[in-house]
Design a protein around this ligand. Structure first.
Ligand code: 73E
Length: 835
């Protein structure tokens, strides 16, 4: 028997039913003084989770012991966001115990699905960037690589979205209210983090070395909470370490005096504030001091902890890079560069050159976006006040780099202007990451090309060896095995379960595309998943949708570049056509949206209102016989995403070409058998490459065309508006009261963004009117293709069968091969708990 198989067998054995049931009963008793029958669903969720955690703990201990024994190199994935979603179901899947536990609970009259719904999503992220970090952790554990995720334990994660009268209302996400059964507080690893004050310089009288002493600072204690990250069927349990903050000294009444009182209160407030809430902006930089505090807080704590851990086993800190690699998830954690320099120089006593060698061999940087408004540029004033010693170090890194640039490009001050870290009163974090890191990667081929040829051209020319691409991926464990159990079982019945840890095997489905019976089964599963979603919609929206209609889904953050506005304008256009030509043949369609808008993002919020208003009008118009339905899913998040991907016929990936660095939702739809309706942007390009252009619906300007227009001052949408009456009609409908009960101002910001008379930026920055016809044509092709169910089923199945490349397992293996250079560590099974 192979090692994997044996592991799996042992593991199932460990979920010996009777013992598990006893554990759940005991937990209900000791936690709540109740019997199973008396317990609430939430209490049952807690009791079941603690029983599961008990089993995880043994593997967790064993894994960490093995890492220690083998002294394996470890990756520290530094990220302001980890969008983990729910843990219970995913842990059971990865422990290969989901079905056993489901059965055991059924025998106790407990429905596992109901229990799972009691768990709040761990929504410590905004969107793709945070979810990518979560998928990476899953893959790292599954592939036996030593890894830590390092982040912040926000008290409030991504806000909950309510829709009231068609408008988004943000509600605080108190996700820890009932307690998190999977986390463990590790008080003993707490670290102090200091802010502000001033730096006093002195020479050490003994060593003669420079000493930098921070005075008059404020500080907090960072306390880590560890969450287990369970690998699939391999007994590996890695750690996601998120930091909480507490005041340094607990407030002591007997030490009361005015000065101390204030200090104590201040420290308490600072601690509360730092970890209070996730900034809910996706692809957008808000230069707030508190955000920089958050960044420095978790980076300083994580680096102190990893250095302490390294030093327990190793004498020479100058070899840190042999055992540790730090991946910086976008610029948000890049203060790691000067902080590592500080710890090495000021605390460990290294020289500048020694510290620089260690830092530049340890740190690597991933770029996730070229959106200008997402670039982190801290005002020097703010930066140097909050982090005075760090700023000195940044100045020195910058000074040395500028000398290098001048040596490389004598007399070319333009190069200095573009590449220096400090310029125009700002600290440019991306520049610092590129200069200090040994690797710079983009997240899809096209994105990396744009970085090399446009955005980061000067850096690429000066240091091409640092640049590389790592096309994103997603974990099939969550987004197929857990999210779509019907399809997962069907695939396993056809090709075995190897796809769960080796998604390239999913290509074995390709021959089945020619098998009519297989196609029928595949489509029947899609139908069942559509029924499941229709039920969800009925429960949450009160809307009846027909599972036989085309389910066309766009779920992602709301952003102008993602062009939800193009989608809804096209729906308005279809509605006009149906009204005008009731006799026209029209395949019934259900358009489904899910999206959160950043709280202060006006146009994004107007778009949500527009979608909901169009939904109201269209869904209640009996004259169109239900041919068109529009649904806005409230509070789109990881847990309901799993249901949406499984039920999609069409995957809307319609960003303005060049703007979406990669996208990862596109991959989740593909895996679940939904063809892409999209632009040649981000990873869509690679999806089309894998599945063939004939199995996708591609439209719109190319990224090069977009870039050319941009370099020439944009284009003029007014020409299109006046020359295409159907486009003019839908744009005018934003203003004529059709979707606003006669209010002519409700969508004025959207209207202006398209035709712009009032705005400061260019008109139709995202080429919505320019791409409109091409999009409408592509939608027409979707309809025609769907009418031919034989053809459609082939297309849908081929999308699943060709999705092998897009597993995050592949992405992680590439990071390991090209950047991290880790080795796999095998872990024997821990103690059998229930035997
Ligand atoms: O294209 C996505 C990409 O798939 C990109 O927009 C997203 O990252 C995903 C994973 O690589 C992203 N998010 C952010 N930048 N890029 C971002 C920026 C600032 C704050 C929060 C998120």
């Amino acid at each position: 028997m192979s090692r994997k198989k044996e592991n799996k067998r042992m593991f199932s054995k460990r979920f010996e039913k009777a013992a598990f049931k006893t554990a759940v009963k005991e937990n209900v008793k000791t936690l709540y003084r109740k019997t199973i029958d008396e317990a609430t669903p939430q209490q049952l969720f807690q009791a079941v989770s603690y029983a599961v955690k008990d089993v995880i703990i043994d593997d967790w201990i064993e894994t960490q012991k093995r890492y220690d024994e083998t002294d394996a190199k470890t990756v520290y994935y530094m990220s302001m966001e980890f969008l983990m979603g729910r843990a219970l179901g995913n842990n059971l899947i990865n422990m290969t115990a989901y079905k056993d536990v489901k059965e055991a609970l059924e025998e106790m009259n407990i429905d596992l699905n109901v229990i799972e719904d009691e768990e709040p999503d761990a929504a410590l992220g905004n969107g793709g960037l945070g979810r990518l970090a979560a998928c990476f952790l899953d893959s790292l554990a599954t592939l036996n690589y030593p890894a830590y995720g390092c982040g912040i334990r926000y008290r409030y994660g991504m806000f909950k979205q309510k829709i009231e009268n068609g408008y988004q209302v943000e509600v605080p996400d108190n996700w820890l209210k009932e307690g998190n059964p999977f986390e463990i507080r590790r008080e003993e690893y707490a670290k102090e983090v200091r802010f502000g004050g001033n730096i006093r310089f002195e020479k050490d009288p003994v060593t003669g070395k420079d000493k930098f002493i921070q005075e008059n600072y404020e500080s907090v204690m960072a306390v880590p909470y560890d969450m287990p990250v369970v690998g699939y069927g391999n007994h590996v349990v890695n750690t996601l370490r998120v930091w909480d903050a507490k005041p340094i000294t607990d407030f002591k009444l007997d030490e009361f005096d005015r000065g101390n009182y204030h200090k104590a209160v201040e420290q308490e407030n600072l601690a509360k504030l730092i970890v209070d809430v996730l900034y809910p902006n996706d692809n957008h930089y808000s230069g707030k001091e508190l955000r920089l505090k958050q960044q420095y807080f978790f980076i300083s704590a994580s680096l102190q902890a990893l250095i302490a851990k390294y030093k327990k086993k190793h004498g020479d800190i100058r070899k840190l890079y042999e055992k540790v690699v730090i991946q910086m998830n976008d610029t948000h954690p890049t203060v790691a560069v000067p902080e590592l320099m500080r710890l090495l120089i000021d605390v460990e006593g290294l020289s500048w050159d020694e510290a620089w060698e260690v830092t530049s061999k340890t740190c690597a940087y991933t770029n996730h976006t070229i959106m200008a408004e997402a670039l982190e540029k801290w005002p020097i004033d703010l930066f140097s006040k909050l982090l005075p010693r760090i700023y000195q170090i940044v100045q020195e890194i910058d000074r040395r780099f500028v000398i290098q640039v001048r040596e490389t490009y004598p007399g070319n001050e333009e190069k200095v202007r573009k590449m220096a870290i400090l310029m125009d009163g700002q600290v440019r974090m991306a520049n610092m990451a590129i200069i200090a890191g040994f690797s710079v990667n983009g997240v899809a081929k096209l994105h990396t090309e744009i970085l090399e040829k446009q955005e980061l051209k000067d850096f690429y020319q000066m240091m091409p060896e640092k640049f590389n691409n790592k096309t994103n991926g997603i974990t099939q464990r969550r987004f197929l095995a857990h999210g779509n159990p019907l399809l997962a079982d069907w695939i396993t019945s056809k090709i075995g379960d190897g796809w769960i840890t080796d998604l390239s095997q999913i290509s074995k489905l390709k021959p089945l595309v020619e098998d009519e019976e297989a196609r029928r089964e595949f489509m029947e599963i899609k139908y069942q998943n559509k029924v499941r979603l229709a039920k969800y919609i009925k429960e949450h929206n009160g809307i009846d949708v027909d599972p036989r209609s085309i389910f066309d889904i766009q779920v992602k953050r709301l952003h102008e570049y993602k062009r939800q506005l193009l989608n809804i304008l096209h729906i308005m256009y279809l509605y006009n056509q149906i009204k005008e030509h009731p006799e026209m043949s029209f395949y019934p369609r259900t358009f489904i949206f899910g999206a959160k808008a950043a709280a202060g993002y006006l146009r994004a919020k107007e778009t949500i209102k527009l979608i909901n208003s169009v939904a109201d009008v269209v869904n209640n118009d009996r004259s169109i016989n239900g041919k068109l339905k529009v649904v806005f899913i409230e509070d789109y998040r990881v847990s309901n995403a799993e249901i949406l991907f499984a039920a999609a016929d069409v995957s809307e990936q319609i960003s303005t070409a060049s703007k979406e660095a990669s996208g990862t939702g596109n991959m989740k739809f593909m895996l679940n058998g939904a063809p892409t309706l999209g632009t040649m942007d981000g990873a869509n390009v690679e999806i089309v490459q894998e599945v063939g252009e004939e199995n996708a619906f591609i439209f719109g300007l190319s990224s090069q065309e977009v870039i050319n227009y941009e370099n020439n001052g944009g284009y003029n949408p007014v020409d299109i508006y006046f020359n295409d009456w159907e486009i003019k009609r839908v744009v005018d409908q934003l203003m004529d009261g059709t979707y606003s009960n006669g209010d002519h101002n409700m969508y004025i910001n959207l209207y202006n963004s398209l035709l712009n008379t009032q705005c400061t930026d260019r008109a139709d920055t995202y080429f919505i009117l320019k791409d409109f016809r091409s999009y409408a044509d592509a939608q027409k092709r979707v309809e025609e293709a769907y009418r031919d169910q034989q053809k459609w089923s082939k297309m849908a199945m081929l999308n699943t069968a060709c999705s092998g490349k897009f597993t995050s397992d592949r992405t992680i293996e590439e990071y390991v091969r090209d950047i991290w250079h880790l080795e796999k560590v095998e872990v024997p099974s821990g103690q059998d708990l229930f035997d």
